[in-house]
Design a protein around this ligand. Sequence first.
Ligand code: SF4
Length: 493
Amino acid sequence: MNYEEDKPISYCGIFGIYGNPTSSVQAYYGLHALQHRGQEASGIVTRSFNGDNKAHFNIIKGEGLVSEVFADHNLLTDVLIGNAAIGHNRYSTTGSTKSRKNIQPFMVNYRMGNLAIGHNGNLTNAKELREGLVNEGAIFQTTSDTEVILHLIARSKLDNQIDQIMEALRKIEGAYCVVILTDDKLIAARDPLGFRPLSIGKLYNSFLVASETCAFDIQPSEFIREVEPGELIVIDDESVRNNDIKSFRINGDPQPKKHCVFEYIYFSRPDSFIFGHNVDKMRRRLGKELAKAHPVTDPDGDRVYVISVPDSSNTTALGYTRELEKQGIDARHEIGLIRSHYIGRTFIQPGQSNRENGVRIKFNIVKGVLEGRTIVVVDDSIVRGTTSKQLVHLLREANPKSIHLRISSPPIMYPCFYGMDFPSKEELIASRLNGNIEEIKKYLEVDSLEYLTIDETLEAVSEAGKENFCTACFSGNYPTNVDIHFKKEMYEV
Ligand code: SF4
């Protein structure tokens, strides 16, 4: 297991563009910027008119990173032609196989023409809907719940395509952000509670949608606004001509929001703007809150050295150090762990039998920074605890005076049903040890261990509204009904 595999894993990243002659190239760059949201497979669908005034859909998808799937750049210019595109980065979801068939975008041709879809999230009533569709004669090609949305759209009796899509979205529950490409429009929608982020950008006259705003910055494009929770937007030729996006409400009036707080804690890139705020700012605040609640001082009055577990905790560690300084504690932010960025996904671990060594492939210690010193290690979360323990062993080799672990989230006690992949309850260390932080501390062999509480976490992100967040993986209070069969199938809870 590598370090990333012992972190919560995001299911997917999505991208869409309409009105740009190099749409596939823009989608490629967009997906590249969203690579952190899914690294197992990638795909792009474009729409072109090949001189016959008829829309043609072109698709390339495959397993691997964006740079691997589209390693032959001629694919972008010769195959993926057209001025509209959607793209998808995928991590294989729990309950779905790693079959190539599950790689998105999915594409169909039905009575209204071509339709391609990319989905980020997880539907909590997909099993029930799927059973109903199968009983009515639907034949499924994949095990992905995204295909359920496709069937619901294709089987709609309504005549207007937007109405068909809205009708389908009203039937699904859980977390979803979707991008849909049809013969004449790009459609994007976000679930009524807004679990996952989705933003709109503009590049010259063309419009873009993406899971995170960092996908707009390579060109660079202009950030317009976020897709509202429960909103469906339509971008077509008229939108490009008149600079006008059409907007519809999926389920009537807005509902109380339930953004995934883990997007701020870990998933989203710090250079993104989501849920109305910069991720960087929120992550620093999480670090500050952590230092307010759980500062570390040196027993001999010496300086305290704060290090992050790179890269995801870098910003949090800066906030933590700043707050210690504010409290008058002699503290310095240092680089005590070096991360190798050049490891391919298929890197062979030295001695597969010795999993304890796995973390060494990814990280090395800077002995001069750590030796004889009081060290605070700031990390964003602990999932299984396996790699955190390995990391602590590695740090001990530098003979620090003491190691204090500070976690900028509460203990993860419950599974996520809204698009993040956690292991089973038995594998989650906090759940296995009944949330007993002293026991987790003993297991990790650190001198002290502290987490943020749920209240402290919400205080840190309170600028975005404390009540606007889902914290179910910490509290077990799920903001939607979760089908018991779905729970059992996914996590055997
Ligand atoms: S359960 Fe946790 S990871 Fe899942 S949406 Fe809620 S806060 Fe995010």
